[in-house]
Design a protein around this ligand. Sequence first.
Ligand code: A2P
Length: 396
Amino acid sequence: MTQALKQHLIDPEICIRCHTCEMTCPIGAIQHNDDNVVVDPDACNFCMDCIPVCPTGSIDEWRVVAQHYSLDDQFGWEELPEQEAINTLSSDAGAEAMDPVVVALLNEAHKGAGGKSRAPKSAAKPAINMYTIKAPATATVQGNFRLTAEGSDTDTRHIILNFEGQTFPVLEGQTIGIIPPGSNTAGNANLPRLYSVSSPRDGERPNFGNVSLTVKRETHGLASNFICDLQAGDTVQVTGPFGSTFLLPEDPDARLLMICTGTGSAPMRAFTMRRERIVGKKPGGMTMIFGARAPEELPYFGPLKKLPVDLLQTHMVFSRLPGTPKEYVQDRMMVERKSIAELLTDNKTYIYVCGLRGMEEGVEKTFNSIAESVGTSWAELRDTMLEQGRYHVETY
Ligand code: A2P
């Protein structure tokens, strides 16, 4: 029998070349050239550290091969090769004669890595990677509205896209890629940038299937300026959808604790709208702690204030209110520690953290001290919650 080898690969049609995997790999097994990001088969030890950090899932590709694809092979690919037929990997042709090692490797390969985070058990099955860099969907802009007060330092916008009859199924919590037109200084076409959808699956307007995004203009941001300047009627190229873990449980009794800053509120808006449409009011069912500099800079401030507390218990916390001490989301968590401790004891609780990377540490520390105060180990509880798809963090 020919020896079968497992190989970790990256899908060049989906990868957005953000290089997060490369920065995460503890042994330097991932590298890139101007075209592709690739995995060195002689170095990769399948530690899986790169899997959960990839925003598109393009990292989660596996093949069983008789001989590894070289780095040069991978640098030259425009698309991934198909899995070789089993009988070409084994000298005894035929499925019956299949080498058990090959079978085990294939099973493992197709299982995916799983990563650390999991989807909630009752979440709907997401569609992923339907539209790629080479074959994107085209969406028409239906609206572009400023969410932050005119004159405030932050220009955050609500963008509504319509796929005009193309199938683009997207679940709350998923992201899509927007391709800014043109090319970079090296002459390569611009790559997509990812944005969380802020509308529920049946559309910004129910049953219209249109999709909204929450986008903050960054001073030198190529994509964010392109998107924030879009006018109704303009068209954009879209890839995705992406993401198969940061999803909403379908269980109507699930309780959500959502902690976010700035545009990290996008998936929380989608979750809230979906639950409002499907479950309706349920006291204690949804709590959100949302941090911004000031009310003028908090996206959806007006609509959020109007939501009944039986639907969503909202805590808006501000860091730059004149004459008031700075407050961060983790400070409010401490103020609300009693109700958070109660949520932590309920195995129907799902936690979502989204926004600035910097808040992750403070939020974790605060969960740790709240759990400790009621005699629970946060490290153990977090592992259980991750395992059960009940703890989700997406920061940038
Ligand atoms: P600040 O920038 O006043 O320190 P942004 O407006 O940049 O999107 O940030 C959203 C909010 O997150 C702001 O109120 C910002 O406060 C706050 N923030 C910044 N750093 C942290 C952190 N390490 N933990 C929690 N919140 C933070």
